[in-house]
Design a protein around this ligand. Structure first.
Ligand SMILES: C[S@@+](CC[C@H](N)C(=O)[O-])C[C@H]1O[C@@H](n2cnc3c(N)ncnc32)[C@H](O)[C@@H]1O
Length: 110
């Protein structure tokens, strides 16, 4: 089962380990482009990805966040920001539902 990270409105830029980790992964796996879900304001992970000079495709569902991120990343022509959901609505609802059941069943062990 894939590792799932809880959703929150936080920026990764404050994590000093993130940038070197991204650089190591790019070098190790010869990454040619980056696809991101959740641009937020474009000041965290998206900015770190932008500075790699690789093509970056980032999708953000909140229109206000998209507008702010586009402004913050306007100097990076390698970054494309899309307004939308990363998954189809039906798949998101199923994911959230299954994840909730999984969390509850783990907590109460049934
Ligand atoms: C934790 S923040 C992202 C932080 C950002 N990567 C950074 O380092 O600054 C989560 C963002 O993802 C957006 N989001 C959450 N689920 C999404 C989805 N399924 N598709 C697109 N955007 C999503 C939220 O609106 C929010 O702006």
């Amino acid at each position: 089962m894939p590792h799932r990270i809880p959703m929150c409105a936080a920026e990764l830029s404050t994590d000093s380990a993130f940038k070197p980790m991204v650089e190591r992964l790019i070098a190790k796996y010869n990454i040619e482009e980056i696809v991101e879900t959740g641009t937020y304001f474009g000041r965290g992970s998206s900015l770190i990805f932008a500075k790699t000079n690789l093509p970056v495709f980032s999708i953000e569902c909140n229109a206000r966040h998209v507008a702010i991120a586009k402004q913050n990343l306007k100097d990076y022509p390698n970054v494309s920001i899309f307004h939308g959901y990363s998954l189809r609505r039906k798949e998101m609802i199923e994911f959230i539902f299954e994840d909730s059941i999984s969390v509850v069943s783990q907590r109460f062990r049934f």
